[in-house]
Design a binder for this molecule. Structure first.
Ligand SMILES: NC(=O)c1ccc[n+]([C@@H]2O[C@H](COP(=O)([O-])OP(=O)(O)OC[C@H]3O[C@@H](n4cnc5c(N)ncnc54)[C@H](O)[C@@H]3O)[C@@H](O)[C@H]2O)c1
Length: 413
């Protein structure tokens, strides 16, 4: 079969997509491409548009536990028009010395996340430049001055360079976008949910950034940190790919280029409880958390041999510790900024496993994940009781997605 394309990636056996991209047959003198892409047929509302070798479609949350034998090459769906920008992106040389990360929203969480990233050497974080933006001009200037003055005495190791940006220019300049803006976090003393109530106002903010991403034909990673994390990740996919009537266009962001970063702090809270009980080493090595950045999250001490009692302790900590901080008269933001973003982004960029909400048969669902080109679940075997509890949660969230109008028409739960 013929290979098409001169770059890092090449298409195998799909002359029509190659022609749409303007990719001719690969000259025999060129080295073998790093990435070979084969066409796959499937539903672009439920499947990654571009998937790594070995990926195969599996129903609901089955993809969390293992992979059916997949092909040796990368695969792509040719039908969504937006896939072309990602194929072009894969064909370009990978950045040699770190990526450019843009942060929109420098409040409590965004400020701590930016501080952590600005203080981490590029060699360790994979971040070469940090572009910052906040709608509040004085707050932006303040954070620019603060972050720019992070330095190490007599140290020649490179820290990320900090630069100001704007919504109009950032998608032309960055490889990774972090959405940490909000119109407002519910104040101290709020009883009950403090996340889902932010959906409508933050979704409206997000739409502005999605429009800018579309105008720039942005091929980078779109990461959501603001609450409700998982529903805003879902909204990024749905809203960027809907026409005025709510029908799927396939022109927007690819589902595997979006993720919600909020499971990191949930796992951090579970681990803190494990440490208190003396179980940390075991839990860190064998446990994991699943589900949303909300009071529905589940944490397990050992995926293969879970203890019901220990998993309950961890789950309770993950669900409730933010309320403990609130109860003391403070909003929680240090654990979130560091665990969900500062310590998660470097792992994501390096290809290591990381905790996040990623696309799983049409729904953004928190789980151990892997990237960085396609952010998808990192399959891990688990005991039947873990699978059952997680499948039950997945189905409840799928129904909630339908109620919130977060699924495309024709996608029946
Ligand atoms: N993912 C997690 O782990 C996690 C954990 C805790 C909180 N959160 C969420 O993170 C979000 C931020 O929380 P926070 O405490 O930092 O809020 P905050 O109110 O301190 O900061 C929000 C910032 O967003 C800015 N902003 C508002 N509109 C903007 C726009 N259009 N463009 C750019 N910036 C804009 C504001 O000026 C402000 O600086 C909230 O939704 C919060 O619930 C996430």
């Amino acid at each position: 079969m013929t290979l098409y394309g001169h770059g890092r990636a090449a298409i195998l056996g799909d002359p029509i997509t190659a022609e749409r991209l303007g990719w001719g047959p690969r000259p025999s003198g060129l080295p073998a491409p790093e990435i070979v892409l084969e066409p796959r047929s499937g539903d672009p509302r439920r499947e990654p548009w571009v998937a790594p070798p070995g990926w195969t479609p599996q129903p609901e949350c089955e993809g969390l536990w293992g992979r059916a034998a997949g092909g040796e090459h990368w695969s792509f769906l040719a039908s969504p028009p937006g896939v072309l920008r990602y194929l072009e992106h894969l064909a370009r040389p990978a950045p040699a010395c770190g990526v450019v990360v843009a942060i929109a929203g420098l409040g409590r969480v965004g400020g701590v996340a930016a501080t952590h990233l600005a203080a981490t050497p590029t060699r360790m974080s994979g971040v070469r430049e940090l572009l910052v933006y906040d709608v509040d001009g004085a707050n932006l200037e303040r954070w620019f001055l603060e972050l720019s003055s992070i330095a190490v005495w007599q140290e020649h190791e490179l820290l990320p360079r900090v630069r100001l940006t704007s919504p109009e220019q950032l998608f032309n300049e960055c490889d990774v976008f972090l959405f940490v803006a909000t119109t407002g976090v519910p104040p101290l003393g709020t009883m009950g949910d403090v996340r889902l109530v932010q959906l409508a106002p933050n979704r409206a903010l997000l739409k502005g950034f999605l429009e800018q991403a579309r105008a720039a034909n942005f091929p980078g990673l779109f990461l959501v940190v603001s609450d409700p994390v998982d529903w805003l990740a879902q909204a990024a996919f749905v809203d960027s790919n809907s026409d005025a009537a709510g029908h799927f266009t396939g022109n927007g962001l690819a589902p595997e280029r979006i993720a919600g970063l909020g499971l990191g702090v949930m796992w951090g809270r579970a681990l803190a409880a494990a440490r208190r009980e003396g179980w940390q080493a075991q839990v860190a090595a064998r446990g994991a958390a699943f589900g949303p950045h909300s009071t529905d999250v589940l944490a397990f001490d050992d995926l293969n041999r879970p203890s019901l009692q220990r998993s309950e302790v961890l789950t309770r900590a993950a669900r409730e510790w933010n309320y403990l901080v609130r109860g003391l008269g403070f909003l929680p933001y240090v654990g979130p900024g560091v665990s969900s973003v500062g310590l998660t982004l470097p792992r994501l960029l390096s290809g290591a496993e990381f905790p996040a909400s990623v696309f799983l048969d049409g729904l953004y669902f928190g789980c151990p994940a892997r990237g960085p080109e396609a952010l998808l679940p990192a399959a891990r075997p688990a005991a039947p009781e873990v699978r059952l509890a997680v499948a039950d949660l997945y189905q409840r969230l799928m129904h909630q997605a339908a109620e919130l109008n977060m699924l495309f028409r024709g996608y029946l739960v």
